[in-house]
Write a protein that binds this ligand. Structure first.
Ligand SMILES: Nc1ncnc2c1ncn2[C@@H]1O[C@H](COP(=O)(O)OP(=O)(O)OP(=O)(O)O)[C@@H](O)[C@H]1O
Ligand SMILES: [Mg+2]
Length: 380
């Protein structure tokens, strides 16, 4: 018999909140998602009470995991700030030097301590959806890997995870010791996506706070191992959810993807402003779908007004990282889980992505954070 939400809630009656109230009656629980033996929910408490609730979160997770039908359980603890209260962490603390050197209290602080073994985390973001952010993130990660950097990729687009498709990953991550997840390896990349844990048909009822907390867990409860760089594919947009995510992840920098049209550029500008607000350096802009290249004759047409992102980058004083044409091969390969950098490494597209990756690497090495540059592994 399939596991139901009600069974999960009944099991949680035996878990007490810090004041002794059974958890389901505290009003802190989100909607419970129970799908194919995988259970997710969040507990939202006041920021000041987070520490007292961490043991409740752990116990809730253990109790749910012990149910006969449950294959995995993810319980997220979310700190909610009361309106008008001081931020739990100042924007200064979100600066890239924060993670390893800053001292922050509480779980938000822990999130900013970085991910053990991971040297640099960079976000790939866009103001607007559908501009090719995930495609760029995957090929950029592969480009960094081709440059000899041990690279991971995290799909933080919890509303519409793409990595399972873009990397044709069907298997589910294994758990290690029942609590930590082992990421998937594909084309030499260490990969994790919330999409691995949710069936495609599952309604995306994740609300903002739950998303953020799930993200923190994906950073901290996954065995990432030693990585020079982790590329994070962010959800589109520059709203509060994205801003908080940007603050939650100890980012060393952000890559903004835009198409050349004015409208996309306005959104890209918002994205840049958002990262600047939280003191995350913008490593640069990539112009995707920069121009159309006919797959038959190779003729190029600037259907979107090529060059917009380069001008915008100049105007805003951020590096321009390169352009990628709108090309059928990129779309077909990408959507088939065969990213061009891995499957057509000698092609012009792969070369374009590798050139972008090299610029990103240079930005990281010459970074402003004072943190050590990524180790460069030279393969024999
Ligand atoms: N340079 C390109 N040439 C041709 N097709 C492309 C290119 N870049 C991306 N695409 C295609 O455009 C579509 C959207 O790309 P992608 O999913 O990477 O965008 P996204 O910005 O991540 O979208 P979302 O906002 O939904 O997360 C996909 O079908 C992808 O294959
Ligand atoms: Mg995407």
């Amino acid at each position: 018999m399939a596991l139901t939400k009600e069974q999960v809630l009944t099991s949680l009656e035996g878990v007490a909140a810090p004041d002794g109230t059974p958890l389901p009656r505290t009003g802190t629980l989100s909607e419970v998602v129970a799908n194919d033996g995988k259970v997710f929910f969040s507990i939202t408490v006041d920021a000041g009470e987070v520490q007292a609730w961490e043991s409740v979160r752990k116990r809730a997770e253990a109790v749910v995991r012990a149910l006969p039908e449950v294959k995995s359980a993810l319980v997220a603890l979310t700190a909610e700030r009361k309106a008008g209260a001081a931020p739990a962490r100042s924007p200064q603390a979100a600066a890239p030097q924060g993670p390893r050197h800053g001292a922050h209290g509480g779980p938000r602080g822990e999130a900013m301590q970085g991910v053990p073994g991971v040297e640099a985390i960079i976000a790939v973001a866009s103001g607007k959806g559908g501009v090719g952010k995930s495609t760029t993130a995957v090929n950029l990660a592969l480009g960094l890997s081709a440059l000899g950097l041990k690279t991971g990729i995290l799909d933080a687009d919890i509303y519409g995870p793409s990595l399972p498709k873009l990397l044709a990953i069907k298997e589910k991550p294994q758990t290690i010791g029942g609590t930590r997840l082992k990421p998937i390896t594909r084309y030499g990349l260490t990969v994790m996506s919330i999409g691995f844990l949710i069936e495609e048909e599952t309604p995306m009822i994740w609300r903002g706070p739950m998303v953020i907390s799930a993200l923190t867990q994906m950073l901290r409860e996954v065995e990432w191992g030693a990585l020079d760089v982790m590329v994070v594919d962010m959800p589109p947009g520059t709203g509060d959810a994205q801003l908080t995510m940007a603050q939650q992840v100890p980012l060393k920098g952000a890559v903004i993807v835009s198409t050349p049209q004015d409208l996309a550029l306005i959104d890209a500008r918002r994205g840049i402003a958002m990262f600047k607000r939280v003191n995350v350096p913008v490593l640069g802009i990539v112009e995707n779908m920069s121009y159309f290249q006919c797959p038959q004759c190779g003729t190029r047409s600037d259907i979107f007004g090529h060059g917009g992102a380069r001008h915008e980058a100049e105007r805003l004083g951020v590096p321009f990282l390169g352009e990628v044409p709108l090309h059928m091969t990129i779309r077909e390969k990408s959507d088939a889980g065969l990213p061009v950098v891995a499957t057509e490494p000698d092609g012009a597209h792969a070369q374009a992505y590798r050139a972008i990756a090299a610029k990103v690497r240079d930005q990281l090495e010459g970074g402003t954070s004072g943190r050590p540059a990524p180790r460069i592994v030279i393969e024999a």
